[in-house]
Design a protein around this ligand. Structure first.
Ligand SMILES: [Zn+2]
Length: 164
């Protein structure tokens, strides 16, 4: 079995925490903070409310600074077509209402229904383009998953494996 050496290479402190853990904890702490703010609010303590707010902002920052690189979503031609057809369908419905024409409204509804029947899955070419464009980000996310942050000095590093 292998263990990770989480000793900070910069300051020698023995404790470092995973970035993903810092990130997740910050997110859950924010919720708790907001609940607390709500409780104080009903009592009517204006000052306490403000304190609760500022500490929740701090938690958000710690979590945000440990956040993983963001992966852009894939946008396929089918998705683009669906969006356009929905917009056209809505416009057609509005024109139909303006004309008091049920037939035109039904056309618009049919366009919207049709839009959701479009195939939006990426083609092989679209998928490989996307994989190519996001390679750097995917590598950065993989690195983030292995990165620790020193509790003492904030230094970020990837721990080495040591034999147990
Ligand atoms: Zn350190």
């Amino acid at each position: 079995m292998k263990k990770l050496d989480t000793t900070c290479p910069k300051c020698g402190a023995p404790h470092a925490r995973k970035l993903s853990v810092i990130h997740a904890e910050g997110l859950s702490t924010v919720e708790t903070e907001i609940n607390t703010v709500g409780t104080f609010n009903t009592i009517g303590g204006q000052q306490i409310t403000t304190e609760g707010n500022s500490s929740s902002v701090q938690q958000t920052r710690a979590s945000r600074e440990a956040a993983p690189p963001e992966m852009p979503r894939i946008v396929t031609k089918g998705m683009h077509n669906r969006k356009m057809l929905i917009l056209a369908g809505i416009a057609t419905c509005l024109v139909g209402l303006w004309l008091f024409s049920m037939l035109v409204v039904l056309c618009g509804v049919a366009m919207i229904v049709g839009a959701f029947m479009l195939d939006t899955d990426p083609s092989i070419a679209e998928q490989s383009d996307y994989d190519e464009q996001t390679r750097d980000i995917r590598e950065a996310i993989e690195a983030w998953e292995q990165t620790f942050q020193c509790v003492s000095c904030g230094n970020r590093f990837v721990p080495l494996e040591i034999a147990a």
